[in-house]
Design a protein around this ligand. Structure first.
Ligand code: GDG
Length: 475
């Protein structure tokens, strides 16, 4: 049987690390920071450094501390970075898991690099493990990590959380080596997915493709291994955002934006510049709004932050050009001397100034074509003035749509219908806005990031683990 987790050290593994002590770190650092600090934990991942000419499958390890937390990072050779990270993770798994097989590149060199780096991570991490550690692995870069650890004799409790969607079986089955990926997931004790529909896809896939037997309550058995796979939707740290919003800088930014755009209606979008986020569709819907509802001309202004990401990958460069073209066209067709319909910013907006942007916007456009969860939807809701809240227009294809039913849900592929929903959001009476917002805010507060990590780790600690000998021999 597995060890008692209450005494165990938490070990987080993710592709990149955050610094849990930095107040504006955001993301995973906030999510797991408390749990890491409480257990004097360890966080392991890639340092972000790429070594030109470095040997594949090797990398220097660095040790740092952040308060009570140990941060251990490893450099990657250029060959490993290009195949494991830019290649298999971001040009095969990312598009395929976002239902974009058309953009996926399954080059065999990518796959070999992915295996090699997971093996490297396992080897370096195994040397640091203590017997009662509990390991929590994050995201698609590291799916086979537990399998590699088990092959080295690791018997720890290991959980995995997939931050991106898990597509339905016919899409998964198109991935070369999908049997291997699926088998790797059975090396975990617990697999957390963002939504019930992702968990359904998992259940169908393992039963149809791996002949798994369902044991109830998300449990499955196949190949002599057992795994529990459940929906554990991620949330945000509402308190952290409230603190950011109360800061001087945030208040000043809010005042500046309000002064500058006082007589306009602001719409906001905050996304990484990724094709999954549906940005060209959003711009087209906004153009349709201006074309079909002329009262918005000279008034509605879309502020779109598109933070740079994965710029070495061609599909991202294409997207950037498409968006620049669209923004230019729309501004050219509709803009006036004193009004530009789209303020498109291809840069990172400081996190401490995000609340101001959310608070000034009457409408948030969160319209991904596919998204694991989408935290921006939750951040926007958390930052609204309860007395006069803005309206969230949310894609039904964001994981968040499963929880946030009171948003205006749209199909982002349907441009006229999305434009209509934006118009409805802009005209929504105060009473309806308050009612919808109150329900959404209660949801966001109840299911915050702390609840997410607590319930995941509680479930992991309660999983009945089996002797590992057979698992090690299967691997
Ligand atoms: C993956 C999944 C899942 C964005 N631009 C800027 C900026 N951001 C911040 C947002 C938000 C975060 O980054 C983005 O989170 P999302 O959830 O929207 O999307 P992904 O980055 O694709 O994250 C996603 C998530 O993992 C968690 O599990 O929800 O589905 O794809 O916090 O505010 N922050 C700053 N400047 C920017 O320009 N400071």
């Amino acid at each position: 049987m597995g060890s008692d987790m209450s005494t165990g050290r938490l070990v987080i593994v993710s592709n990149r690390l955050g610094d849990p002590r930095k107040p504006a770190a955001g993301g995973l650092a906030v999510a797991v920071g408390d749990a890491l600090a409480r257990s004097g934990g360890l966080w392991f991942g890639w340092s972000g450094k790429v070594v030109e000419g470095g040997a594949p499958g090797e990398g220097e390890v660095h040790h740092q501390r952040s308060g009570d937390v140990q941060l251990v990072t490893i450099d990657l050779s250029k060959a490993d970075h290009d195949t494991y990270y830019a290649g298999y993770s971001n040009q095969a798994l990312w598009p395929a898991f976002h239902y974009r097989l058309d953009l996926a590149d399954f080059a065999s060199g990518f796959f070999a690099g992915y295996q090699r780096v997971n093996r490297l991570f396992a080897r370096k991490l195994a040397a640091l493990l203590r017997p009662d550690d509990v390991i929590w692995v994050h995201d698609y870069h590291l799916i086979p990590l537990a399998d590699e650890l088990r092959a080295l004799g690791c018997r720890h409790r290991i959980g995995f959380f997939l931050h991106i969607p898990l597509p339905p079986p016919p899409i998964l089955a198109a991935i070369p080596g999908h049997e291997w990926l699926m088998r790797s997931l059975f090396a975990y004790d617990l697999v957390g997915l963002q939504t019930r529909s992702d968990a359904d896809h998992f259940a169908r896939f393992v039963q149809e493709e791996a002949g798994a037997r369902a044991l109830g309550e998300g449990g499955f058995e196949a190949m002599g291994r057992r795994v529990i796979a459940r929906a554990h939707p991620i949330g945000i740290d509402v308190g952290e955002f409230q603190r950011l919003a109360a800061s001087n800088e945030s208040r000043q930014t809010e005042a500046t934006i309000k002064k500058q755009y006082g007589h306009r209606r602001l719409l906001v979008g905050v996304d990484r510049l990724d094709y999954s986020k549906g940005l060209p569709h959003r711009f087209r819907a906004f153009r349709e709004l201006l074309a079909n509802y002329p009262e918005n001309r000279d008034s509605a202004t879309l502020i779109q932050i598109a933070s740079p990401t994965r710029e070495s990958v061609l599909a991202y460069e294409d997207l950037r050009h498409e968006l620049e073209g669209l923004a230019g066209e729309i501004n050219g067709d509709y803009g006036e001397l004193a009004w530009l319909p789209i303020r498109y910013m291809h840069r990172v907006w400081a996190r401490r100034r995000l609340p101001a942007l959310y608070r000034c916007a009457s409408v948030a456009l969160v319209t991904p074509l596919r998204d694991g969860m989408n935290l921006v939807a939750k951040e926007y809701v958390a930052m609204q003035d309860e007395a006069d809240p803005g309206v969230l227009v949310l894609s039904r294809f964001a994981g968040a749509a499963e929880q946030m039913r009171e948003a205006l849900l749209v199909n982002p592929y349907d441009i006229p219908a999305t434009a209509q929903a934006i118009q409805r959001a802009l005209r929504m009476p105060l009473g309806e806005r308050r009612e919808r917002h109150a329900a959404l805010l209660a949801q966001v507060k109840e299911h915050d990031v702390h609840e997410w990590s607590r319930t995941f780790l509680d479930t992991l600690s309660a999983v009945e683990t089996r002797p590992r000998d057979e698992a090690a021999s299967v691997a």
